[in-house]
Design a protein around this ligand. Structure first.
Ligand SMILES: C[S@@+](CC[C@H](N)C(=O)[O-])C[C@H]1O[C@@H](n2cnc3c(N)ncnc32)[C@H](O)[C@@H]1O
Length: 231
């Protein structure tokens, strides 16, 4: 008798990071109270560009957007696209809301919570890009399963990206960078687009440093950018 194949484990079923830091300042609290309800992703049901933006525009998704500076940058760069960001950290959500208000963006939707829960609700082959910038590195061997770049989440990203869509990953941890290369090198669903060292060391015009990237550079650390294309 052959055993049925076990499904890929989705390694991050629990959130481990902080849900909130210092108490919100008055303006941040105003944004959470007044702007978030208008931009919040609905709690249940399938998601799509149609359901979120009322048309079939290209869609992109950021996992763990931190304070949201990259997501807001992309939103301003591609005003005809729709962007979805997931981040459990309330102070980060408030940061993104401030950027959205300042830039007058109408094409960003926000989820305070786990990216995996949201990705699962999107139709397959619906995303043009997924951004994973400076994911928590979980450097200890016993915590490796908590990394976002693991079989389950990577399969989810592969399922949700359109053919030709990009999975962009940035990290300043050399071991995480190696882990990404190792995990994705034999994955037939993706190709690494880098052809020369400049492709992963230089800062492309459409990919600004995030807060974590800036912190890393200040400490003299390298920042690596990896672009995988969905085949
Ligand atoms: C090291 S920070 C990087 C933040 C930001 N991307 C940057 O580069 O400045 C990692 C972020 O990922 C968020 N995070 C961790 N697991 C997550 C998950 N499953 N879904 C969404 N966000 C997650 C954390 O709350 C944290 O804000």
């Amino acid at each position: 008798m052959t055993m049925p194949e076990a499904p890929d484990p989705v390694s991050i079923r629990r959130l481990y990071g902080r849900a909130q830091g210092h108490p919100l300042r008055a303006n941040a609290q105003r944004l959470v109270d007044d702007l978030l309800p208008a931009l919040d992703v609905p709690e249940e049901g399938p998601l799509s560009a149609q359901s979120l933006f009322g048309d079939d525009r290209p869609l992109a998704f950021e996992v763990g957007f931190g304070k949201g500076e990259h997501l807001a940058f992309q939103g301003a760069l591609h005003r005809d696209w729709g962007f979805i960001g997931a981040e459990p950290y309330l102070n980060g959500v408030a940061g993104l809301l401030a950027e959205i208000e300042e830039r007058g963006l109408t094409n960003v939707r926000v989820h305070r919570g786990d990216a995996i829960d949201l990705l699962e609700r999107l139709p397959d082959a619906s995303l043009n890009a997924v951004y994973l910038l400076h994911p928590d590195p979980w450097p200890k061997a016993r915590h490796v399963k908590r990394r976002f770049v693991n079989k389950g989440p990577v399969s989810l990203v592969a399922a949700k990206l359109k053919p030709g869509g990009e999975f962009r990953i940035a990290t300043d941890h050399v071991n995480y960078m190696r882990h990404v290369l190792f995990t994705l090198q034999d994955d037939k669903r993706f190709e690494w687009t880098a052809e020369t060292p400049a492709d992963w060391e230089d800062i492309p015009a459409d990919w600004p440093d995030t807060r974590f990237a800036q912190k890393a550079r200040k400490l003299g650390h390298d920042v690596w950018r990896l672009i995988y294309r969905r085949l």
